[in-house]
Design a protein around this ligand. Structure first.
Ligand code: FAD
Length: 415
């Protein structure tokens, strides 16, 4: 049976541990996590927790089953010795393994200037502690919050501010919110939605610097268009950094983009050769997808962490012939400005878009993304129940654009 070690005790790590036991793995199982907490769920941190509906310490992930494992929480892995098959810990201990799962995820990209980032009132949102700190700041009735960056998390934070009646400015370097994952057409709709809800959205603008007062609290932001803003809370929502430093020197294909692995979650070494005892799952994984011309993609989505964990667990304890590729279609969701956004496929892979249902003007619609005449992604605003319909189209590479459900004529692509 041997020894399995999982580094990263969050969503992917927990779900992999559960799947290993469920599939009959009886050997020794150790989870190593640098956070002091039992695995918890991150999506509520930028939504229900900041809205005050759920306490940050009440976000533990529901257990699918009891996991018989040794949990080493609050201790970081600092190195990997592949020759002797052991993980090195910050405590100086070593943990031997026969098979290893890398599930160390990502961390929030910090404010680029460390001195400004250390000012009180400057936050990122990735952990429970981050959310608790930001919630306290929002409870103190700030005069204005500045959210820097408007991807999913930045947009959710702006939404929470408006729901709580807090004045909020969003500074987005690009052309609009959500453009990275969902493209410019949806970005324009999201921009209208945000402005309609009272967000002071400024696009094409970055933040040059932050100034603090004599007590070290953030007070002012200087923007690249020459304007300044009086702010007492700044949330940097600048994307993420993959947690791969501990793998330095281990000879794996690990770097800026994550840890490269094949479709079955087996890690590549530095020469691009697949390893037989090291696996990768979750936000830190970078793997090829059959539906996307085998391009390597990294996905920081909840469903991807769960699916990847299950495939990795299966392949860690299966014979070569029984190994399963990581094939499920990527899917994601977000909740902001009273709208449930759900998507499937890789929308950013598409180069054209067509609306298939509903009405973009009132933020209730479905749209599909096409690439080379085939559907590669779909996004829905309050039309989530149609996601399986679009997922089926993507899975069979249906021609773009898709007919709306119940119709046989495809809509015209958006200009
Ligand atoms: P993580 O959750 O990042 O876990 C990795 C763990 O490994 C962490 O505990 C980390 O501290 C630990 N670790 C790192 N390095 C080491 C080391 N050297 N040694 C030991 N431990 C280490 N996804 C959606 O699909 N929909 C949403 O609405 C959504 N909302 C989100 C809102 C927020 C605020 C955040 C932060 C994320 C959201 N996500 C959402 C993304 C989703 O939470 C992630 O995809 C998911 O958490 C990935 O799980 P993971 O286990 O791969 O990585």
């Amino acid at each position: 049976e041997g020894r399995i070690v999982i580094v990263g005790a969050s969503l992917a790590g927990l779900r992999a541990a559960e799947a290993l036991r469920e599939r009959g793995f009886h050997g020794s199982l150790t989870l190593i996590g640098d956070e002091p907490h039992e695995p918890y769920d991150r999506p509520p941190l930028s939504k229900q927790v900041l809205q005050g509906w759920v306490r940050a310490d009440h976000t533990a992930l529901p257990r699918m089953r009891a996991v018989d494992a040794e949990w080493r929480l609050g201790v970081a892995a600092t190195g990997l010795d592949r020759v002797n098959r052991r993980v090195l810990l910050a405590t100086g201990d070593t943990v031997p393994y026969d098979r290893l799962l890398i599930a160390t995820g990502v961390r929030a990209r910090p404010w680029p200037n460390p001195a400004e980032g250390a000012l009180r009132g400057v936050f990122t949102v990735r952990t429970r502690e981050d959310a608790t700190g930001l919630q306290a700041a929002l409870n103190a009735h700030p005069k204005r919050v500045l959210v820097v960056g408007s991807g999913f998390i930045g947009s959710e934070l702006a939404s929470v501010c408006r729901e709580r009646g807090v004045p909020v400015t969003v500074a987005e370097r690009g052309g609009g919110p959500l453009i990275g994952p969902l493209g410019g057409v949806i970005g324009d709709i999201a921009a209208r939605m945000q402005r309609g809800a009272g967000v002071d959205l400024r696009t094409g603008v970055s933040v040059r610097s932050l100034d603090g007062d004599s007590e070290g609290r953030v007070r002012r932001a200087c923007l690249s268009d020459g304007t300044t803003l009086d702010v007492d809370v700044v949330v940097a929502s600048l994307g993420s950094i993959r947690n791969v430093e501990w793998l330095q020197g281990a000879g794996l294909a690990a770097g800026f983009w994550g840890v490269g692995c094949d479709a079955g979650c087996r890690a590549f070494d530095i020469n691009g050769v697949v390893t037989d005892n090291i696996f990768v799952a979750g936000d830190v994984a970078r793997q090829p997808h059959v539906l996307y011309e085998y391009q390597f993609i990294s996905m920081e989505h909840w469903d991807n962490a769960v699916c990847g964990a299950q495939v990795a667990a299966n392949n860690m304890i299966s014979l070569e012939t029984e190994r399963r590729p990581h094939l499920p279609l990527p899917s994601f969701w977000s909740a902001q400005f009273g709208v449930n956004i759900k998507g499937v496929g890789v929308c950013s892979f598409g180069d054209e878009i067509a609306f298939t249902q509903g009405c973009p003007e009132n933020y209730r619609f479905a749209a599909v993304y096409g690439r080379r005449g085939r559907i590669v992604g779909a996004v829905t605003f309050d039309h989530g129940k149609w996601l399986p319909y679009y997922a089926a189209m993507i899975e069979r590479s249906a021609p773009f654009p898709a007919p709306p459900p119940g119709y046989d004529r495809a809509p015209d692509p958006a200009p």
